[in-house]
Design a protein around this ligand. Sequence first.
Ligand code: ZN
Ligand code: ZN
Length: 303
Amino acid sequence: MPDDGSVDKEGNAVDTEPADAFALVGNETRAEILRVLGEDPWEGLSFSELRSRAAPDMDSGQFNYHLQQLVGQFVRHTDDGYEMRPAGATLYRTVRAGTFNRRASVEPFDAGFDCYFCGAGVEASYDDGMFDLSCSGCSHVYSRTMAPPSAVEGVDPEDLLARIDQYNRHNMLAFARGVCPICVNGLDREFMPGEEAWTEGAERFDVFVRHTCDHCGNTHYMTVGLSLLYRPSLVCFFSERGLDVTDVPHWELPFVMTDRDLTVRSDDPWEVAFETTYDDDRLALVVDEDLTFVEEPAVTVAE
Ligand SMILES: [Zn+2]
Ligand SMILES: [Zn+2]
């Protein structure tokens, strides 16, 4: 049984300080135990089998000491043997994707659309764990995505762009619905003038939406257009006119990447009108800071 307080008398995991959790894995043997268990997360391993795979030359007392450090926090001991707890599996997958120990970069390449602000080509690039879409002319940042090196190593640019689009959509939908995609906490949502948003290029916007998670510390900024992207009325409006906004890269949708279809009616309390056109038909709606409709979506068909 570990003596660091990570389990109670019955062997159940209890809360520990973040520094303690990091310290637990700061050891070669413990890292190796997690690697071995991570390779077969659904299969319990007996003590002797685990030792023979992770540290065959270590005496069993010493090995047991390291193993018990992990039990509770990252590993559990059941009738089937030792197996990963979800926290251990998360750590294993993050390490395996190369997040901590590998470096990769991708030279800037054409992202396939022009800047909505200056008309220059927008470029995609990847370095230091961050995938960026930014304008080659005015440097406006369209998107920043944290991704592990395994996401970009040896892949085709088109394929990479398509995956980044889908991954971002998945995260943004969670944010727009008020759920943190990292820790499943409920989020605080706040409208703010673009110039107060701590994100590059936001000063070009009259209004930005900030989501903050007080559990994991995640903060995410997005446009009002993005926040509305999956509303049925909006998806239907475009779909009926032949454009599937859930499928095209979201950065190719001007109403998502700019606020030219928005009018701030009031900033106390916030009330924002959204009005967009497609094939001369018009969709109009008004939302408040909760993204609740103050005025229901209305479609006007061109004569
Ligand atoms: Zn530009
Ligand atoms: Zn969170």
